[in-house]
Design a protein around this ligand. Sequence first.
Ligand SMILES: [Zn+2]
Ligand SMILES: [Zn+2]
Length: 245
Amino acid sequence: MLLSAVREAILDFTLPRVCVGCDALMARAEAGIVCGLCWSRVHLLPNPVCARCGHPFSGAECRWCELLPPYVRCARSFCWIPGEPAAEIVHALKYGGWHAVGAEMGKRMSRLTFPDDVVRERVALVPVPLSAARKKERGYNQSELLAAEIAEAWKIPLVSGCLVRTRSTRTQTELSPEDRRANVAGSVRFHTRRVDLAGAHVVLVDDVVTTAATLNECARALYDGGARIISYVTFGRARSAGDRI
Ligand SMILES: [Zn+2]
Ligand SMILES: [Zn+2]
């Protein structure tokens, strides 16, 4: 522990750090690998938001809530995606191998405001799983890194391994909402022998939510596995048509 602290201090002293968001050299006093200017430029979701789905109100009826199955209590996200520098930050976490940025992102996600009943009832955090092939290629599951940081802040356990991908799915980026649902249908299952979540309120963690197809598939698997209420927390959220920015 002490040795690693010494090593880090030496590295800090000898290696200049470059921000993963803007490539600027970071001041020595700044912690982490994203500079303060980049964090201040991230587009937060504007208030007021829907109490359930956390989406900024865009009219009398919340269209985003319609995406969620009835057992999903609420969803919260930190910022809009895409858009700089949030997209760069997510990219650094997922594809740049910068797993240290996960702690900075998770810390901000843990400070999001949830309804009182969710704060009272939530008993576990479950990261959205990666397929075995993708996890091997990346070396880690980015959602698990985010969940670990939130678990520490909320003082509830991180339960990984209770959801498994039964098959690899195509990347969702180019797909329509219907195709996204079809792409992930049946791709996640609950690993019953690992953990007992019967009757529990569980919070699912992912880096980005777009149409909630993947999160909904994981929520269904948790519900099938005995969890009764599920909430979502993500770092980024994609805008839908008509959103305020
Ligand atoms: Zn920066
Ligand atoms: Zn809503």
